[in-house]
Design a binder for this molecule. Structure first.
Ligand code: NAD
Ligand code: 6OD
Length: 502
């Protein structure tokens, strides 16, 4: 990883603390809507700067620029020219590592130790990874017999899909946005990005990188604003958009799918989850605790792949609960710059209210609060932040909302189980199907259980271990489609079969 090891500058003095701007046709602009809102830092409630809100006019301009770049300079580059440019984008993100890191940590409040090892390096890797795919993947060919004996030859061509709308969330802003922009550009498309209203800074900064390395104007565009009745909706409804790729909640995914149905535009949807962690008595306890600590509490529990339902086999239930409690209570909540910080705040006050409402519901439902359950005492300079305690419950019914609904906070419910069949049923008993983590040292059991879980991603004895060549996405209400490696070709290109009669 590229994380520099020198001491971190205080975020209070960071030059990343500035107004955001739309990036349209290679220019930074505040737009013409006259609307803006404050970007609030979740660490202490301070104002980072202003964010312009795009109206229809800015979205029109961005889509127009993206179309012109597609028909113009970008569409004319060779694959090698295009992928070289994207490799330069990755290199420049790494050159400006601290700028991206500070911007991301200001917007999200996440620890720099986390963002410097995951968010920013992955933001760069998402560009290099897909350049390799584009340069090496072939299409299919089928020679075909015909009644006249002369035959025919079928072969497939892939073309860029066109102008892609990228709608992204706030939990891993640069990582999740570039996870879509990387393959879209590598495959020859142009993009209009609508980052989350809560995390506008790194998408804006990426515009500087695009200009620095000479990516043609209009290839990468950013419009800021909200979802419904704002920039997000204007973009997904726009007839000039040829496909919509979205990461966010299942509820927003439904609205986006509706918007994209006008004009029959394809969607790629990476949505919410209520992911199970399954801990068998034959697990390596150290590994299971370490992995579940991360899957429940990393990024303050705001990871779509995170574990909110933990099922532990009865013989080790008490020990597991006690050790996870000890881990949660040892975690330091603090400033992103502090290397000892293990957990930051939630993204904003609205989300804190939602998470705390589940903390209250758990108590009303008769849960045993093993640890946490409220708001921590923070020093005066952090008291304005959106802090919550890491929280563990036991004792809730399987149909309680805390056990069935996505909370997206640093919390999990732990329930004992007895048999493999029982836990597979419990794990699958949800409308969601994003990810699961299985902890066992019995290799046959691992394969058997993994094959029965209704999820897009199943980790065995690990969590969030990512090989970018693999298929990523959710089953059931957790999404439509898979991205990653060659799977990204499905959404970001249109295939033509050429049938030549010989
Ligand atoms: P969200 O759905 O509220 O917002 C995501 C993005 O969609 C934002 O940019 C928002 O402005 C935009 N948006 C919302 N409604 C829209 C509409 N009607 N039209 C167009 N754009 C719209 O999600 P969030 O709160 O930012 O993120 C948290 C959610 O994202 C959780 O449910 C989490 O599980 C999910 N998520 C999923 C994955 C995955 O890979 N499956 C990854 C990260 C987050
Ligand atoms: O690693 C990825 O590619 C990815 N899309 C991660 C999603 C994390 C959800 O919060």
């Amino acid at each position: 990883m590229n994380a520099p090891s020198h001491p971190r500058r205080s975020l209070a003095e960071s030059p990343a603390r500035r107004d955001a701007a739309h990036f349209i046709n290679g220019e930074f602009t505040q737009g013409t809507s006259g609307k803006s809102y404050d970007n609030i830092c979740p660490i202490d409630g301070s104002r980072i700067g202003a964010v312009p809100e795009a109206g229809q006019a800015e979205v029109d301009a961005a889509v127009k620029a993206a179309r012109a770049a597609l028909d113009g300079p970008w569409g004319k580059l060779t694959v090698v020219e295009r992928t070289n440019m994207l490799a330069a984008v990755a290199a420049e993100i790494n050159n400006r590592f601290d700028d991206f890191l500070e911007a991301e940590c200001l917007d999200t409040g996440k620890p720099m130790s986390l963002a410097s090892h995951i968010d920013i390096p992955r933001g760069a890797a998402n560009f290099t990874m897909f350049t390799d795919v584009v340069k090496t993947v072939s299409t299919e060919t089928f020679p075909m017999a015909t009644p006249d004996g002369k035959g025919a030859l079928n072969y497939a061509l892939r073309r860029p899909r066109g102008v892609i709308a990228v709608i992204s969330p706030w939990n891993l802003p640069l990582l999740l946005m570039t996870w879509k922009v990387g393959p879209a550009l590598a495959l020859g498309n142009t993009v209009v990005v609508k980052p989350s209203e809560s995390t506008p800074l790194t998408a804006t900064l990426l515009g500087e990188v695009m200009n620095k390395v000479g990516v043609p104007k209009g290839v990468y565009n950013v419009v800021h604003g909200f979802g419904g009745n704002s920039a997000g909706q204007f973009l997904t409804q726009h007839p000039g958009v040829n496909g919509v790729t979205f990461t966010g909640s299942t509820k927003s995914g439904e609205q986006i799918m509706l918007a994209a149905s006008h004009g029959i535009r394809p969607v790629s949807l990476e949505l919410g989850g209520k992911n199970p962690g399954i801990v068998f008595a034959d697990c390596d306890m150290e590994k299971a605790i370490e992995g579940t600590m991360r899957s429940a509490f990393a990024n303050c529990g705001q990871v779509c792949l995170g574990t909110e339902r933990v099922y532990v086999q009865r013989p080790i239930f008490d020990e597991f609960v006690a050790r996870l409690k000890a881990g949660a209570e040892a975690m330091k909540l603090g400033r992103p710059e502090d290397p000892a910080t293990g957990m930051g705040p939630l993204i904003h006050e609205t989300h804190r209210k939602k998470v705390l409402s589940y903390y209250a519901k758990a108590v009303e439902g008769g849960a045993t609060v093993v640890t946490g359950g409220g708001v921590p005492d923070m020093p005066a300079d952090l008291a304005g932040g959106s802090w919550v305690q890491p929280t563990i419950w036991t004792g809730l019914a399987d149909d309680h909302p805390v056990v069935t609904e996505e909370i997206f906070g640093p919390c999990c419910h732990i329930r004992p189980f007895d048999t493999e069949e029982e836990v597979i049923h419990l794990a699958n008993n949800t409308p969601y199907g994003l990810a699961a983590a299985v902890w066992t040292e019995n290799v046959s059991r691992a394969h058997r259980v993994a094959s029965k879980l209704e999820v897009g991603i199943c980790w065995v004895n690990s969590w969030f271990l990512r090989d970018l060549r693999t298929a990523f996405g959710g089953a059931k209400a957790s999404g439509i489609g898979r991205e990653g490696g060659v799977h990204s070709l499905e959404f970001y290109t249109e295939m033509t079969n050429v049938c030549v009669k010989l």
